[in-house]
Ligand binder design. Structure first.
Ligand code: CO8
Length: 373
């Protein structure tokens, strides 16, 4: 078995962003127009009135202040309320591959790796923009990497589950060096007409290089001490988008085809699961929770992260003990814990322990215990 290390990460964010105030102004204009248009039906009880959204609620309930958008155009237009993405020809680099390449190049630079060093590419995220050819293979070609690549979908746990596959491959020797990328292009799957969900997600791309410690030349390497994953079926977070719409004659863009959830239930069910998962993983490796210097947790909701940290530690976490990136990035599906790791690891010293952990749809929870080299 090879000792496996994370030797570099990359983080790419779009230039454009949407603030809570902008988003709420757009949604409220849409809802007000709807309510006026259907006033009679609302009065007679045939149609439900659309409630208004509020920027104060969003920040208090989620910790989110803004979200990055790969394509802002169209999102705030109340006659559209979805991004207006330009179509790309088959021989052009696809949108998601482009996002992936930006983050991948950064991770490769930090890890001192060239394309020749890498022999496995995983693109893992909540959605891929097409079924095939795999985005990973397109990225592989764009970067000039030999070997093989494949795509994986595990919703919010896509990044950690991909790192588990990378870990297994490097540890077993079936790959020397793995590039795992999370081009989270979430905004095209958001129902911006749904007050409960319109504020949650943002676009971003993250990448991680994982390799054997024998080849690692990075001055910021993290040894992976263990991985742990669990899934438990739940319908509380769901998207029914898929190719069967063509055959079952349902509207491919209906509300149920977009992201929807019962957020309250998710909150209640996932927090204890995640806290228990983290404790058992740390203890299985012979450590105690107090040995962990940093928790790079999934970023869905600030109240969730604070509750999980409190359950684990038995007290409020100190500043930076469980860093939050939601204010700037919002929920970026699987990329959240990797953004937190990318932005908040350099102050730790050799021997320090940390945990990267995701939790979300499925339900799925994935974690890695890492030690600074
Ligand atoms: N503005 C004003 N008021 C609002 C709004 C709004 N936008 N939304 C809801 N309210 C109101 C409600 O109507 C309710 O009013 P009342 O009390 O009168 O009934 C009140 O505010 C409270 O509503 P909630 O109970 O729903 O509010 P919460 O405090 O529970 O907060 C959250 C809602 C923020 C959604 C919270 O429940 C949450 O974050 N839960 C966790 C959810 C979670 O982590 N989900 C994971 C999703 S991510 C994932 O798994 C990846 C999926 C794949 C990626 C998809 C990419 C698109």
């Amino acid at each position: 078995m090879h000792t496996v290390v994370i030797s570099g990460t990359g983080l790419w964010k779009p230039e454009e962003f949407v603030t809570n105030d902008e988003l709420v102004a757009s949604y409220n204009a849409y809802a007000s127009r709807f309510n006026e248009q259907y006033a009679e039906a609302i009065t007679s009880g045939d149609t439900a009135e659309l409630p208004l959204s509020s920027a104060e609620f969003i920040e208090k309930a989620s910790g989110i202040k803004q979200r990055y958008t790969y394509c802002k155009e169209g999102i705030l237009d109340i006659d559209r309320m979805r991004p207006l993405l330009p179509v790309r020809a088959d021989d052009e680099l696809s949108h998601q591959a482009e996002m992936a390449v930006y983050a991948a190049r950064q991770a490769m630079t930090v890890a001192n790796k060239t394309a020749a060093d890498i022999d496995m590419v995983i693109v893992s995220c909540a959605y891929t923009q097409r079924a095939y050819p795999a985005i990973a293979i397109e990225v592989q070609q764009a970067l000039g990497i030999e070997g093989f690549g494949f795509d994986m979908l595990v919703a919010c746990s896509a990044a950690t589950f991909a790192l588990h596959r990378a870990y297994d491959a490097v540890a077993a020797g079936s790959a020397r060096c793995v590039l795992a990328i999370n081009p989270e292009l979430t905004t095209p799957q958001i129902n911006f007409k749904d007050r409960d969900a319109h504020f949650i997600f943002g676009d971003v791309s993250t990448a991680v290089i994982m390799e054997s410690s024998d080849t690692c030349t990075s001055d910021n390497g993290w040894e992976v001490l263990g991985t742990q994953a669990v899934t438990q079926y739940s319908n509380n977070i769901r998207s029914n988008f898929g190719y069967l719409s063509y055959a079952d004659d349902t509207d491919p863009y209906a509300d149920d085809k977009l992201f929807h959830q019962n957020g309250r239930k998710v909150f209640k069910e996932v927090c204890p699961m995640a806290a228990e998962h983290l404790r058992t993983q740390v203890e299985k490796l012979g450590f105690s929770v107090s040995d962990i210097k940093r928790w790079w947790l999934h970023q869905a909701n600030i109240n969730m992260n604070e509750l999980i940290a409190r359950r684990l530690l038995g007290r409020d976490p100190d500043t930076n003990e469980a860093p939050i990136v939601l204010d700037e990035y919002a929920n970026t599906a699987s990329a959240g814990s990797i953004i937190a790791f990318n932005l908040y690891n350099e102050d730790l010293v050799s021997g320090d322990l940390g945990v990267i952990c995701s939790f979300g749809a499925g339900y799925s929870i994935g974690s890695l215990v890492v030690k600074k080299r």
